[in-house]
Design a protein around this ligand. Structure first.
Ligand SMILES: Cc1cc2nc3c(=O)[nH]c(=O)nc-3n(C[C@H](O)[C@H](O)[C@H](O)COP(=O)(O)OP(=O)(O)OC[C@H]3O[C@@H](n4cnc5c(N)ncnc54)[C@H](O)[C@@H]3O)c2cc1C
Length: 356
């Protein structure tokens, strides 16, 4: 029987950053991950961006989340001697009807992030538009590289278990939990992404997973300096490769690339660019979303040794470092309150059935 203080279930963005924070805090832990369960982190664009574009405004809680995100990924990069964060200016296509809003954006909270608004600006391969809004503090995180590095380190230290936690085989006592008849832990932190929908401990109507699809294209004549943004993003990966995404759908919620998804992405891409391209890949995944679009973090209402860290939705890169740090801080300080905007207790009025 393997014994550990904390078992993290799931090794996506949530579980890997949780592991990083526990390691920094010197807390004993292991990570269990089921490779056969699809992982949203594998298909994500990895973008981080401080602004929302539908109506120009700051993304929720940016002022709290941004410094933690920067500090965490920078510390990881330094620790492992790798580059994960790629800072790239975003160029948002601004149309006539949006121009006033963008001009006013210079005087609002969004101002520090608007690098420039240039009327008549042109970018190679992009269709002409009234103006381009250039956004600083944007870029992407190489999530796949991070998960590989994180797993390698955990495997080397004997802290990684490849396998699925089977809920029916879980025995939960007051101070001990037995998992799959092979592991004994004092606490479990469930970081299962969209698979949480099957977790009998955290069944509630605030879980609203949604499907996203993404294309990879080869476009030899398209500019590679900026992340181009309009109804979809076009993220340069180097060597004329780009990711184009993403779709949002609630029906069906599966991980199969669809013809509808491909058509939608292609139509939105064709509205943006004037150069030829070839589609080389098509991905689909499920975002672990919550109905108020904020993560859920904290202990089960009746079982204080079971924790949830979920709901990263479409902003996992920005949200995960803050959440992992907040949960570790709470564990270290004997349940110091978790900030209200990410605390699972904001849904306390909703049912959390006890399962024995
Ligand atoms: C098309 C698409 C594009 C996206 N683009 C972006 C983007 O540009 N920027 C951004 O910030 N976010 C983006 N996202 C969202 C991002 O992917 C998620 O927010 C984030 O990756 C979720 O991480 P997670 O660790 O919660 O879940 P996951 O990455 O899904 O990981 C959960 C892990 O738990 C494991 N697991 C589940 N149940 C069990 C069990 N019982 N036993 C053992 N293991 C288990 C699974 O195998 C999996 O490895 C995108 C998502 C999609 C689908």
């Amino acid at each position: 029987m393997k014994k550990t203080e904390i078992l993290i279930v799931g090794h996506g963005l949530a579980g890997s950053l949780m592991a990083w924070e526990l390691q920094q805090a010197g807390i004993d832990f292991m990570v269990m991950n089921a490779p056969q369960i699809p992982r949203s982190s594998d298909v994500a664009g990895g973008l981080f961006n401080p602004l929302m574009f539908r109506k120009l405004r700051l993304a929720q809680m940016v002022e709290d989340l941004w410094p933690v995100m920067q500090a965490t990924y920078t510390a990881i990069e330094k620790h492992y001697g790798i580059k994960l964060m790629h800072h790239i200016l975003s160029a948002k296509m601004v149309y006539d009807k949006e121009l006033v809003e963008w001009e006013q954006g210079h005087e609002k909270k969004t101002a520090p992030y608007i690098h420039a608004l240039i009327k008549g600006a042109s970018v190679k391969g992009l269709k002409n538009v009234t103006a381009l809004g250039f956004i600083s503090s944007s870029g992407y995180l190489d999530i796949v590289k991070w998960l590989e590095i994180s797993k390698k380190g955990l495997v080397e230290k004997g802290q990684f278990i490849e396998g699925e936690l089977v809920y029916a085989k879980m025995k939960n006592f007051k101070d001990k939990i037995f998992i799959n008849n092979t592991i004994e832990a004092s606490k479990i932190i469930f970081c299962e992404g969209a698979a949480v929908i099957k977790n009998p401990w955290f069944q509630a109507d605030w879980l609203t997973p949604n499907k996203g699809e993404l294309l990879e294209i080869q476009a030899p004549d398209l500019d590679e300096k900026y992340i181009l943004r309009d109804e979809v993003f076009i993220l340069p990966l180097g060597h004329h490769r780009f990711k184009v995404g993403a779709t949002y759908s609630h029906d069906p919620v599966d991980t199969l690339p669809s013809e509808d998804g491909r058509k939608e992405l292609k139509a939105k891409l064709d509205k943006m660019i004037s150069v030829s391209y070839k589609i080389t890949q098509h991905y689909a995944g499920v975002r672990p979303a919550i109905k108020d679009r904020m993560p859920v973090l904290g202990p089960h209402v009746n079982r204080e040794n079971l924790f949830i860290f979920n709901g990263l939705g479409s902003r996992g890169v920005v949200l995960a470092p803050y959440c992992a740090k907040a949960l570790v801080k709470s564990l270290l300080s004997n349940n110091e309150p978790i900030p209200a905007f990410v605390n699972v207790r904001r849904f306390a009025q909703l049912p959390h059935p006890i399962v024995y």
